[in-house]
Design a protein around this ligand. Structure first.
Ligand code: SF4
Length: 393
């Protein structure tokens, strides 16, 4: 799973120069690729939001396979310079400035329209109780302004919307953060703090988002901020993102899941998908059998009290048994929750994520993380992928 080497960016396209030189002012909602040139938009006035959130908010039209809405309002800070990191699997990575303006880049398989944060807050504040959103999340990117602008966006939200009604998560950028910054997000009303480790091991981290791709991130700094989040936010209120299928073994990733649970946190899983335009777009998506085993085992560790050392693995680190009785395992599979998108919870149950990220890690034709409750036919398919026979009632 080696990333390709990025080409050199022409000088006139570095650091958003191209967008800033054209200096077109933004007007209302900006839909990616709809304009001839991306306007000069910046946080904190502007943020980007996922296509699913834009449809749910009513600022964009569209339909999503199998779901009427998303339960999480995922926001992303935005700048003409874009993210200054270069993570190999990510559509927002710096190397893409060579051929795509930041506001037009795909991220986790979808476009991210840009909208004034004041407009978003106005819409949701009309009746937060009746809102489809069960959670809001601010994703920081690697940019010198990302802390200050995160505080501003968070304050603008919590000034008008009670975080008890719609709680807020922070998807942090540890590289530029201090412990005081983590504390400030808590003081301003955030409820859960997450760190996108993304890689399951320090070696994969270095290769995909550190030195290997001229990116500034360090595994040790990510863990430092994760520990700060543990102290400041407390048990069950912090977590880490992990992408499955970037070259780690199933045992390695599940060992990390156990480590996070032992610290009092959770893991939020993504199935590797070769994002168009990224440095890993030539590589295969995670095989479904591998993904399903990890998804199921992670759910058992996170929510059913099973430990990784109760599970058995083969010589290649693949899960051979899940550490619980077959009948119990069958019940967990049939319930289907284990195969839904994992992330911060909403208003339904602790193990059902508000952050459902419709089709963020797979196409609807071959779903990895289900953004809806899997139906009977989905569960049949999942059992086939797990190589566990369909139960005869
Ligand atoms: S820091 Fe985050 S947004 Fe930036 S390139 Fe890496 S994964 Fe993408």
């Amino acid at each position: 799973m080696e990333p390709r080497i990025p080409a050199r960016t022409p000088v006139d396209r570095r650091n958003g120069k191209h967008v800033k030189a054209n200096d077109i002012p933004p007007e209302g909602v900006y839909l990616p690729n709809n304009n001839y040139l991306a306007p000069h938009m910046k946080s904190p006035e502007y943020v980007q939001l996922s296509t699913a959130a834009a449809i749910t908010l009513g600022v964009m039209s569209g339909k999503m396979h199998g779901c009427d809405c998303t339960r999480c309002l995922n926001l992303l800070l935005t700048y003409p310079e874009g993210c200054r990191a270069n993570c190999a699997y990510c559509g927002l990575a710096r190397h893409r400035e060579a051929d795509r303006d930041y506001a037009d880049r795909n991220f986790i398989r979808v476009d991210w329209p840009a909208v004034p944060i004041a407009d978003i807050v106005d819409i949701v504040a009309q009746d937060p109780d009746a809102s489809d959103f069960h959670r809001m999340c601010i994703s920081m990117i690697t940019h010198p302004r990302s802390e200050e602008d995160t505080f501003t966006v968070l304050k603008q939200w919590t000034d008008r919307i009670d975080p008890d009604e719609i709680p807020v998560s922070i998807l942090s950028n540890p590289t530029t953060m201090t412990r005081d910054d983590v504390q400030k997000t808590r003081d301003l009303g955030a409820d859960i703090f997450t760190v996108a480790l993304d890689a399951a091991t320090p070696e994969i981290f270095d290769r995909t988002r550190g030195k290997g791709v001229q990116s500034p991130h360090k595994w040790s700094k990510y863990w430092e901020i994760l520990e700060d989040a543990k102290d400041i936010f407390g048990p069950q209120k912090f977590g880490a993102h992990i992408i499955v299928g970037m070259g780690e073994t199933e045992y390695e990733v599940l060992n990390l899941v156990q480590e996070l649970v032992d610290l009092g946190g959770h893991s939020h899983m993504f199935c590797f998908f070769p994002e168009d335009g990224s440095l890993m777009d030539h590589l295969p998506a995670t095989p479904r059998d591998q993904w399903r085993r990890v998804q199921l085992a992670r759910y058992l560790i996170d929510y059913r009290g099973v430990r990784v050392d109760q599970m058995r693995f083969d010589d290649l680190g693949r899960v051979k048994s899940y550490g619980i009785a077959e009948s119990e395992l069958a019940d967990v599979i049939d319930e289907g929750v284990a195969f839904r998108t994992s992330g911060c919870p909403g208003k339904v149950r602790d193990d059902i994520s508000a952050c459902d990220r419709p089709y963020g890690d797979s196409p609807p034709s071959n779903i990895a993380s289900y953004p809806f409750q899997p139906k009977k036919k989905d569960l049949k398919k999942i059992r086939r992928q797990l190589d566990i026979p369909v139960r005869v009632e």
